[in-house]
Ligand binder design. Structure first.
Ligand SMILES: [Zn+2]
Ligand SMILES: [Zn+2]
Length: 283
């Protein structure tokens, strides 16, 4: 079982790998640049080498990059399209240099011209931005809660993107348990999870699913509101989280915590709780 958490790279990538190890995590996720701005850390070959060896020493199995929230892949604004395309090109390249396995992005938001026009723009920006992506990281779109104007609140929307892009670029999916629950998927039982797995299998094939953001939800089933909660403290609760992390298909995927901790050190306890609910120890 792989359990990671979202950590900061503000002190450098090697420091993040050491922190993951100190927190007894199996991997971590990082923002490729300032999540609410767009500034990017400089990254030299020395740091890349130090990260690659540090990651090995820490026995980290999976590392995920997350694009900043300021990227809106569905925007009709030329400046935003340019920014999104630039970020896709640069950040996937940097992720590849670091040996990052997956790059996750939110599918974006649509405008007054509606969700179909938005989906067409997302597909264009991704085709453009990923056309010359180096081999290595798999680019993944995240399942969303379906808040106002948010693309990706339904699996059907994500399936359209995966299919439209299939011949041009490879796109996978990252599941977010809080988002899926808010979007109306009752994943608190194996039966509910089976329905989700079947639906994804039928729409795009289960092999497209790369990772899970493991979050409890402050919001109720089908509320379409995106508010994460600490593991077992939210609407999914201990039984719901247990169903997720013991489900024979889901548990094969790497899990990454994005729960609202006061301090990253709390992720050690969050991960320990997940392992307890999953009935596994950490060697
Ligand atoms: Zn996300
Ligand atoms: Zn969220």
């Amino acid at each position: 079982m792989v359990i990671g958490a979202h950590l900061s790279i503000s002190k450098g990538y090697p420091a993040a790998a050491r922190q993951a190890q100190a927190l007894v995590l199996d991997g971590f996720q990082y923002f490729t640049r300032n999540p609410r701005g767009g500034r990017v850390r400089s990254l030299g070959s020395d740091e890349i080498a130090a990260f690659r060896s540090g990651r090995q020493a820490a026995a980290l199995k999976t590392v995920i990059a997350h694009l900043p929230y300021t990227v809106n892949l569905g925007s009709p604004e030329p400046r935003q399209i340019e920014f999104a395309t630039m970020v896709l090109k640069e950040d996937v390249k940097r992720a590849a240099a670091l040996g990052t396995e997956f790059v996750v992005a939110h599918p974006g938001r649509y405008s007054q011209d509606g969700v179909e026009a938005g989906l067409a723009r997302v597909a264009d920006v991704l085709a453009q931005g990923l056309a010359e992506a180096p081999p290595g990281p798999v680019f993944c779109l995240e399942t969303m809660a379906g808040q106002k104007n948010e693309i990706g609140g339904t699996l059907e929307e994500l399936a359209i993107l995966v299919k439209v892009l299939a011949e041009r670029v490879k796109v996978g999916l990252c599941l977010d348990t809080a988002h899926l629950f808010a979007a109306g998927w009752d994943i608190r039982t194996w039966q509910g999870i089976d329905q989700l797995v079947d639906r994804i299998e039928n729409l795009v094939g289960w092999d497209k699913v790369c990772a899970v953001h493991l979050n409890d939800s402050k919001m109720t089933l089908g509320s379409h509101r995106d508010r994460h909660e600490l593991i077992a403290r939210g609407e999914l609760g201990p039984e719901g989280i247990k169903a997720i992390v013991t489900h024979p298909v889901l548990r094969e995927l790497p899990f990454f915590l994005e729960t609202p901790v006061d301090d990253y050190s709390q992720y050690a306890d969050q991960a320990a709780l997940v392992r307890e609910l999953a009935g596994v120890g950490k060697i």
